[in-house]
Design a protein around this ligand. Sequence first.
Ligand code: MEV
Length: 328
Amino acid sequence: MKRQAKASAPAKVILLGEHFVVHGEPAIVLAIDRRATVTVETRSDSKIFIRSEDMGISGFFMNDQFFPQRGGVEAKKKLEPIYAVAREVIKKHGLETAGVNIKIKSSIPIAAGLGSSAAVSVASAAALCSLFDSDKSKDNIFQIAFNAEKIVHGTPSGVDPAISTYGGILWYCKGEPIRRLDIDVDLPLIIGNTGKERSTGELVAKVNDLRNRYPRIIGKVIKAGGEIVKRSVKAIKEKDLETLGELMNINHELLCAVGVSCEELEKLVHAARKAGALGAKLTGAGGGGCMIALVSPEKIEDVAEAIEKAGGEALTTRKTDVGVAIER
Ligand code: MEV
């Protein structure tokens, strides 16, 4: 066993298909060049001590009990998935208990729909597998991070840990093998952050509830979401950004229909479209967080300015093919 190990994993944007992916439809998602980095080291006791610089929280778990150090008892909810990752890696290594320090640093906005929690879970799983000399394959890392998400978010689809693990552009459908879309297209996207934090688990539960109450109506909305994703592959392959933008707009309206948009997101989406975006939609769980706009190069500045004027923070990022990476 090593003394220390380090790994990083990327954030993501869902191009099309969020929420509907939880119900068995496909989604298209891409990894972006903002990363979470996790450093782990062994301890001589059995505490699992976790510290997140960016969230300003820390504390340790011992015998499944949480002892806050910074951020109060509230910190538990945010640190729990990382604890779940650590427990699983330690157990898989055949140990009953083992102490580790886990330090997180991230350039990904938190609770904003860009997959910050999954990126942290994936990077933690990779760093810990490296520390304990366990199976460092991407499939194992994905599975550990996915299991942790299930504990915390209820019924996630797995799209977030999948893209953070494998990178690139993925066609993701729950329960199917990971499918990489090796398409050589530069998708000029601007991200607009509302700055409003929200809980993915609660929004997923909200859509579930609506579907249970109106199965024949919401079932059709979900199916239409899947059709949009299928149609978009042709548009992406043909570099037909106008059609892709139109499909993004339709996708956004379906997400409104299932109740996951909000006033702040609507403002940014409409401002981006008015400033000439080819398409604009919320990305991730909605309820706040981020939206994305597809823009032709000559409109980048206009759209970014419109997003800022409408109260958002415009972020420019690029797609990355680098998924989880263990640092030597
Ligand atoms: C969150 O980034 C994406 C959702 O579809 C939830 C999930 O797929 O687990 C809202």
